[in-house]
Design a protein around this ligand. Structure first.
Ligand SMILES: Cc1cc2nc3c(=O)[nH]c(=O)nc-3n(C[C@H](O)[C@H](O)[C@H](O)COP(=O)(O)OP(=O)(O)OC[C@H]3O[C@@H](n4cnc5c(N)ncnc54)[C@H](O)[C@@H]3O)c2cc1C
Length: 319
């Protein structure tokens, strides 16, 4: 929405037929949402979507960008979808394609043929259909433990199996440890899996056990498939979020290749320059957030959630 306030004319291209992205089907309360504690993702999405519809933003639903080529003005996009194939010129492109649940190729293949296996959160079956059952949850992060608690509160028993130590926030770990229905297994190898009629058989070296449901909570991957359509000369590079030594995440720090003065079409726009004459631009600030993990796929999300538990001393300087 800042684009509207800068006098730009935003055009939104959405692959789906609705607004809201991932949070649209998040039935969990977002406990950390400032000013809206207890509001679920679904409720938050409805509130944001109602506001969005009042804004002067052109939105193409069920549309995808199939090609992006350099053009005199900036970029020439080819869109394909419900409205047919069309061309669109743009001065700047903002990629906000979000993330999708992550799994190994083998688990994705297993889930595609086994109705008792679910990859990622936000499933209506998890919300309404899993009651008084035995559930195997693979993964050791916030999502895995949040779901173990959610299911335990609904009469289920959960085994949570993670290949290393649990990486979820400490309150989640403590809450799971306090519940007899939840069995937390760190350093737990991925079992061999077989799909039966109404059960999933999990086979570890020490023995086999049947579960009613298998949930895979391996975090998220960014949706970067849109980059395939970019002309190689202008295809943005993919970077992992950089962590400096000591488990500290440097935020608001421009990567080396971007340290020259900003020259994107937005920065060149007359209105932007009037608002931020170059001489008045503040120097890029460095802020530091300590994190416990070496890498993650959603830096802002994880950093936000972890910042509370990790306000320990950061090393004084970044490399
Ligand atoms: C249970 C749960 C709880 C969460 N809690 C929090 C929280 O408390 N705080 C937080 O910050 N985050 C939280 N998250 C993560 C949160 O979902 C994301 O931060 C948020 O949805 C990101 O919004 P987004 O618009 O960047 O991406 P998304 O919500 O993923 O939206 C991306 C949109 O892009 C569209 N799209 C994808 N590819 C294309 C394409 N090629 N062409 C056109 N359109 C495309 C998709 O259809 C989708 O509508 C949570 C996630 C879950 C699952």
């Amino acid at each position: 929405m800042p684009a509207c306030s800068f006098g730009l004319q935003p055009v939104v291209i959405e692959r789906g037929d609705h607004l809201g992205g991932a949070q649209r089907s998040n039935f969990h309360p977002n406990l950390w949402m400032l000013g809206y504690p207890e509001e679920t993702g679904e409720q938050m999405t409805q509130r944001l979507a109602a506001h969005y519809r009042e804004l002067p933003v052109t939105t193409h639903y069920r549309a995808e960008v199939t090609r992006v080529a350099p053009a005199a003005r900036g970029f020439l996009l080819t869109l394909s979808g419900a409205e047919g194939i069309r061309a669109l010129e743009a001065d700047a492109i903002v990629l906000a394609t979000g993330t999708r649940p992550r799994a190994t190729a083998a688990l994705e293949q297993f889930a595609a043929t086994c109705p008792r296996a679910i990859i990622g959160p936000l499933s209506n079956t998890i919300r309404d259909g899993i009651r008084d059952t035995d559930v195997l949850i693979l993964g050791g992060g916030d999502n895995a433990l949040d779901h173990a608690l959610f299911l335990a509160e609904r009469g289920n028993r959960a085994v949570v199996c993670t290949r290393a130590a649990f990486s979820a926030r400490r309150p989640f770990i403590a809450a799971c440890q306090a519940r007899g229905e939840i069995d937390l297994r760190a350093h737990c190898p991925l079992p061999g899996l077989t799909c039966g009629d109404a059960r999933v058989m999990a086979c570890w070296p020490e023995g086999e056990r049947a579960f009613d449901w298998l949930l895979v909570m391996y975090g998220y991957l960014p949706n970067t498939d849109v980059l395939d359509g970019f002309d190689p000369a202008i295809r943005p590079a993919l970077h992992r979020q950089r962590l400096s030594a000591g488990g500290c995440l440097a935020t608001q720090q421009r990567p080396r290749h971007l340290r020259r003065p900003a020259t994107s079409p937005i920065h060149r726009s007359r209105r932007w320059r009037r608002r931020w004459p170059r001489a008045s631009l503040p120097p890029a600030r460095r802020s530091e957030i300590c994190v416990r993990h070496k890498s993650f796929t959603q830096p802002s999300y994880h950093a936000m959630h972890r910042s509370r538990s990790v306000r320990r001393a950061c090393p004084p300087a970044f490399s």
